[in-house]
Write a protein that binds this ligand. Sequence first.
Ligand code: FE
Length: 210
Amino acid sequence: MSDTHGSEQALEHPKHELSYYAKRIYAIRDLLLEKGVLDEKDIQCQIEYQEARSPANGAKLVARAWTDPAFKARLIADPKAACLEMGIDATSINEFVVLENTEKVRHMVVCTLCSCYPRPILGRPPDWYKSFNYRQRAVNDPRGVMREFGLTLSDDVEVRVHDSTADIRYLVLPLRPKGTETLSQPDLEKLVTRDSMIGVMDALPALPKA
Ligand code: FE
């Protein structure tokens, strides 16, 4: 029986199917390996670190803020320190701002220039966040964008759009859904979606009791 695990064949990438930029990235990676700047273990560690960052991190922060007013105050006053308390490393963000939604004010985050995003808290940005369409419409018609995500706001609710930069990253603290007073923290976390922390929609409503 042949065994290809660990062989050169198993490590080879189908480079003919890759885009120009992907090929370029692999070429740079190969050069860094060849020159001994990095080894395979460094690359794997970095991939695992990137993959470990997901909206679950943000959901933990939000659910705790909903249930612990002192933590919420710390999260807003010094987001990076509050992240550290929860074991989330946000030190790569230069200035980190948490925006608290209220019944009268909703915040929405965009990067009009490119795709700046609070990656340590939410992982990689969704494709729509990086699209020209979103970057333009978030500024021109934020209420229309929210409607498409399923959130229709009345006219007396103010919408504030925040443009991210290389230096400033934002996280929206969505409103706690009504009827969730008895939910445990893990159950609350399930209501905190990625999109609610970008601010294009609210957190999910509490599931009706069976
Ligand atoms: Fe950007």
